[in-house]
Design a protein around this ligand. Structure first.
Ligand SMILES: NC(=O)c1ccc[n+]([C@@H]2O[C@H](COP(=O)([O-])OP(=O)(O)OC[C@H]3O[C@@H](n4cnc5c(N)ncnc54)[C@H](O)[C@@H]3O)[C@@H](O)[C@H]2O)c1
Length: 341
């Protein structure tokens, strides 16, 4: 396979590139290295695979992007990961967020269309397109929230309700990616990801909460829990996401034009501090002190993906338990403290 990966130096991108290169595939990374940690990720990858192709390019600049796409064609798979990823940043800079996520994605689609390329194009959207989901019945238990009626979690047919500039820009891109299949026959697939975590993730308080808690706990930095810590999220280890993406790409005859909710599902869900805190504390062999702050706008009490469509269409389900995945992440942070000055 020859794959082009936008945002290929970020967390999901670098792990995907590493996996593909290890398997003997060819990889082209397109990234503007704007995210803290991306440069370190690229250096790490280039040490392992000096032949990896890299284009420093901003997806907001159409002509440059098109030229980069043209230079390395043909490729059979295009992973479009490049994005502005923090809700908080989107609230501060909605135009930059829009230009990166919505316009940047349109640029990717238009470059593919104008150049007449025909890769399978997989876009990583987000569960934020479903909004706060405040109308759903939720039961409060001792250490977590639970849906009253939705045992399997949130399915793809749930009403779209873009919330926050990030939700709007990612949601617009999600719909464009899908529509370019209907209108222009591009072989696109949309993944609406829940919380993905793993090594080489430079989580910060505003994005990548699980990695942030691990980094902060290992480096003994202050941690604030917004809300009561009983909020539930389904969590998916990066290797499981890569398996899902490759399975969906391989079955593109069935999956093109489709949208999938992807996450740990009901089986791999955690409350963000009441359950995750003790797990992390045990792994580190230390007590972790935290402060509590007010709920943040749009914060869902519970979000769990219904991942049954992915299982039906391409036989995927996650296999790495949160205990196992978090342990691997802890080990990576402990062995790479110098990456977090
Ligand atoms: N990690 C998660 O839990 C999660 C959940 C839902 C959706 N997603 C989506 O998955 C994708 C990848 O997320 P990630 O966690 O790897 O994020 P990341 O921030 O680690 O990676 C994004 C990469 O895109 C690059 N980038 C940003 N703006 C760019 C631009 N204008 N031009 C070119 N490159 C640019 C950054 O430098 C970075 O390397 C994003 O689209 C994100 O919205 C991630």
């Amino acid at each position: 396979m020859k794959a082009l990966i936008t945002g290929g130096a970020g967390f999901i991108g670098i792990n995907t590139a590493d996996y593909l290169l290890r398997e003997g595939h060819e990889v082209v990374i397109v990234d503007n290295l704007s995210r803290h940690g991306s440069e370190a990720n690229l250096i790490w990858l280039r040490e392992r695979y000096p032949d990896v192709l890299f284009e420093r390019q901003d997806i907001r600049e159409f002509e440059g992007l098109k030229a980069a796409f043209a230079k390395h064609q043909p490729y059979d798979t295009l992973f479009h990961f490049a994005a502005q990823v923090a809700v908080t940043t989107s609230v501060e800079s909605p135009r930059m967020d829009f230009e990166t996520n919505a316009l940047g994605t349109l640029n990717v689609l238009e470059a593919v269309r104008e150049l007449g390329l025909d890769p399978v194009l997989l876009y990583t959207s987000t569960n934020k397109v479903y909004g706060a989901l405040s109308e759903l019945g939720v039961i409060e238990e001792e250490n977590r929230y639970r849906y009253t009626d939705l045992d399997q979690g949130i399915p793809e047919g749930t009403t779209l309700d873009f919330y926050s500039p990030y939700g709007c820009s990612k949601g617009a891109a999600d719909q464009y990616v899908r529509d370019y299949h209907r209108m222009y026959g591009l072989r696109t697939i949309v993944f609406r990801n829940s919380c993905i975590y793993g090594p080489r993730q430079f989580g910060i308080e505003d994005q990548g909460w699980l990695a942030w808690f691990v980094i902060a706990a290992v480096l003994q930095r202050p941690i604030t829990i917004y809300g009561d810590g009983k909020q539930v999220r389904d969590v998916l280890y990066i290797d499981d996401l890569i398996d899902a993406m490759l399975a969906a790409v391989e079955r593109s005859n069935d999956t093109q034009g489709e949208i999938y909710n992807i996450g740990g599902g009901r089986q791999f869900s955690l409350s963000v501090w009441r359950e995750f805190g003790p797990m992390l504390s045990e792994l580190l062999g230390q007590e972790i002190k935290v402060d509590y702050g007010a709920w943040r706008p749009g914060d869902q009490k519970i979000y769990v993906s219904d991942i049954s469509k992915a299982y039906r269409d391409f036989g995927w389900e996650p296999s790495i338990t949160p205990e196992e995945g978090v342990e691997r992440l802890v080990r990576w942070v402990q062995e790479n403290r110098e990456l977090f000055p």
